[in-house]
Design a protein around this ligand. Sequence first.
Ligand SMILES: Nc1ncnc2c1ncn2[C@@H]1O[C@H](COP(=O)(O)OP(=O)(O)OP(=O)(O)O)[C@@H](O)[C@H]1O
Length: 353
Amino acid sequence: MKQDVIIRFDGVTKQYDGLVVLDDVSFEMEKGKFYTLLGPSGCGKTTILRLIAGFTEPTEGTIYFHGQPVNHVPANKRQVNTVFQDYALFPHLDVFENVAFGLRVKKMKEADIRDKVAEALQFVNLQGYENRRIQEMSGGQRQRVAIARAIVNEPEVLLLDEPLSALDLKLRTEMQYELRELQRRLGITFIFVTHDQEEALAMSDQIFVLNKGKIEQSGTPKDIYDEPVNRFVADFIGESNILSGRMVKDYLVEFAGKQFECVDYGFQPNEQVDIVIRPEDLEITAKDRGKLRVRVDSQLFRGVHYEICCYDENGNEWLVHSTKKAEVGEEIGLYFEAEAIHVMRVKEEDADE
Ligand SMILES: Nc1ncnc2c1ncn2[C@@H]1O[C@H](COP(=O)(O)OP(=O)(O)OP(=O)(O)O)[C@@H](O)[C@H]1O
């Protein structure tokens, strides 16, 4: 297990002019996996990539590659390549020369350069485009050239900083599939930065959710969606109903003025908690048959389901995704299983607010 760890951050802090942008961050990344750094703007995602690439050094803590400290190892001595948001291609060079650039810098033989560039272009499905100018390539094709240019150096780790953000939605979705497939075929570690939670859920083996320079949670997409550790993660990933509540005792929680059986335990009796219920886990039923009685405030048809916004008698808002239609103004019941309630600890800083 341990020999598969390729990158390790141990208590890494990064400050710029006294401002802490990464705060005591520790994690491990294994060989051949697809990692995503996810979080709102300014949370420190790009800073982590820059530290891995060797463009900047930690203020405190140590970064290890294969167990060796690399804080002072320069960028060109690391087996890492970066695909930037704007691709940073050379507009005056053709596709071949863009991809060949790093190999020429390394003074590789011409015949080897030809072979390696051909192989890299084949990987990204751009055979036959060697002599095209960059201006004649579409957004998605430029993206692929940028990836070919990065993988031609055979890095152990590929860093991708919001590489899909300039593409329209359709192309973006296509490229999500392509990138994931490419990562599988290459078998190298991808570290992908995005602030788009759907993209992170769709693509990753493991997601790190960042907030204000700290990792709030790391786990598989399913872990993070089903078991968010706090309000921030639940709110950031997917749509949620998040309420304040109280753990009455093991397996019994109170919120919205009522007590409900749940599957959570291990909290202090009477501990203040946050609870989350996903909109798709709420079922519409007759007003006397649900666990909660609510009034429908608005409704939107979303193709596969109706998105229904309701309020309970305590004024809490409930978002429901249902294949059944409701009437605005109607009183309905909401039913949910005990398993649909997910109880989370309140973070200290939230409790103080
Ligand atoms: N060279 C720098 N000098 C000073 N402050 C910086 C520098 N680079 C980044 N920062 C600050 O560090 C914080 C984290 O920046 P970073 O680029 O890592 O965030 P991010 O999560 O990648 O954001 P975005 O999604 O907007 O790209 C921000 O507040 C940013 O202003």
